[in-house]
Design a protein around this ligand. Structure first.
Ligand SMILES: O=C(O)CCC(=O)C(=O)O
Ligand SMILES: [Fe+2]
Length: 271
């Protein structure tokens, strides 16, 4: 079995999708031997729908900060909105545990899909897993994203915590994955597009300013996945990805970023 350090950032990745979450598929994903893990029916669609209903007018629903992502709502403050700003970071970390507990109430008496995935990864990853700390402070995990019908989308972008923070706990991070657990999805649109390559340096500059590339400026995606409610998809957030507009309904998902530091060190979770 290859270690993470032998192939941390291969330029392109085969368009192969694993259908099961286990130690082998996780290691394949983290070493870029496969493009995604897509588990159908990971979570009860009925429990997901009850949470989705509450998400649409949740008191903690706000919008992302940047130009191209502001069309998407999110419940609770994500780390990206605190990047390089100590006051915002203080707020983010001080609310983190309370926000995790708030989200649990939306799914009670059931476990949240983010908590379920946190436990499974802790069991499957050779080095275990833990909530991420940054400068000794606990991160929030499990942000719910609310895409409105027709208007909300994510343009092609990448997500990398080492471009948002210089916390010493991030030393040795070799890959960043993201787990999305879908609560409500449209039948048309709302596709997840994966390019299975890192953005170029020029693309990174554009993404940093407005949090996305114009879709017509990039080639066709290498892989397109259509999630249904209850599905889990995990992929590398360091590689280019996008979400197309939903045609006929809200698209609501719960997400957790996953930091990989090699197989023998614990994964780190945050949103
Ligand atoms: O909602 C999705 O399918 C993926 C959204 C995204 O950009 C991410 O999770 O980083
Ligand atoms: Fe993303």
């Amino acid at each position: 079995m290859d270690t993470l350090t032998s192939s941390p950032s291969k330029a392109t990745v085969p368009a192969v999708v694993a259908r099961e979450l286990n130690t082998e598929t996780l290691l394949q994903l983290a070493t870029r031997k496969i493009g995604a893990i897509h588990v159908k029916g990971f979570y009860s669609a009925a429990v997901a729908e009850k949470a989705a209903e509450q998400a649409i007018d949740h008191p903690k629903l706000g919008n992302y900060n940047k130009k191209y992502t502001s069309s998407v709502g999110r419940i609770c403050m994500p780390h990206i909105d605190s990047e390089w700003n100590e006051d915002a970071a203080q707020k983010y970390h001080s609310e983190a545990i309370g926000n995790i507990h708030d989200l649990r109430t939306m799914f009670a008496p059931h476990v949240t899909p983010a908590d379920h995935v946190r436990l499974l990864l802790q069991e499957y990853w050779p080095g275990g897993a833990n909530i991420q700390r940054l400068h000794g402070r606990t991160c929030f995990v499990g942000a719910i994203r609310v895409f409105k019908p027709s208007t909300s989308k994510f343009y092609p972008h990448h997500d990398r915590i080492d471009e948002e923070s210089d916390a010493p706990e991030l030393a040795g991070i070799v890959e960043q994955l993201v787990a999305n657990m879908y609560l409500r999805t449209p039948t048309q649109g709302g596709d997840l597009q994966l390019w299975l390559r890192d953005p170029s340096e020029d693309e990174k500059v554009l993404i940093r300013d407005v949090e996305g590339l114009l879709p017509e400026s990039v080639e066709e995606p290498a892989l397109v996945l259509h999630p249904d409610a209850g599905d889990l998809i995990i992929f590398s957030s360091r590689m280019l990805h996008a979400v197309t507009p939903s045609r006929d309904s809200y698209r609501i998902g719960m997400a957790a970023f996953i930091g990989c530091y090699g197989p023998d060190r614990p994964l780190g979770y945050w949103s």
